[in-house]
Design a binder for this molecule. Structure first.
Ligand code: ZN
Length: 145
């Protein structure tokens, strides 16, 4: 309440749904001409807004939006199942070709080779992270336009 009167928010609620008001607010509305008049004007306003015709565009909005979007590159790539098959076949081939050296690879690897592998993995990770960051920057630039 505002100086004994209902606040603008409560008056708008009174204009929408009177049942949402408390008993004290309903009692005040019964006795206060100013609040009742304001609630009635809100009720009339809401009724007019609801009965107004919906906005319709007299131009093809969807076509204009779609024309404004940047074209996406269409990649010609093998289906993902084919890629999985190629990866599995390559892995199986490498395993078959090197199976007698695998135990030696795991147990007898030189520290230099191990460090080189870790360094390569780190460089690849940094490159991928930078690439991902660059793509998100592009996407954000497109979204902000
Ligand atoms: Zn009042």
């Amino acid at each position: 309440m505002n100086n004994g009167h209902l606040t603008e928010e409560r008056l708008q609620i009174a204009g929408l749904e009177n049942e949402l008001l408390s008993a004290a607010e309903k009692l005040h509305l019964q006795h206060c001409d100013a609040c009742r008049l304001q609630a009635a004007s809100y009720k009339q306003l809401f009724a007019e807004v609801q009965s107004a015709p919906h906005a319709a565009f007299d131009f093809p909005l969807e076509e204009m939006v779609m024309a404004g979007l940047p074209e996406t590159r269409k990649r010609r790539s093998l289906p993902s199942l084919a890629w999985i098959f190629i990866a599995l076949a390559t892995g199986a081939g490498l395993f078959w070709a090197t199976k007698k050296y695998l135990l030696t690879l795991v147990t007898g690897v030189l520290p230099f080779t191990l460090y080189t592998s870790v360094l390569s993995a780190l460089v690849i990770f940094i490159f991928l992270a930078f690439d991902m960051y660059r793509r998100y920057q592009q996407i954000f630039r497109i979204v902000e336009q």
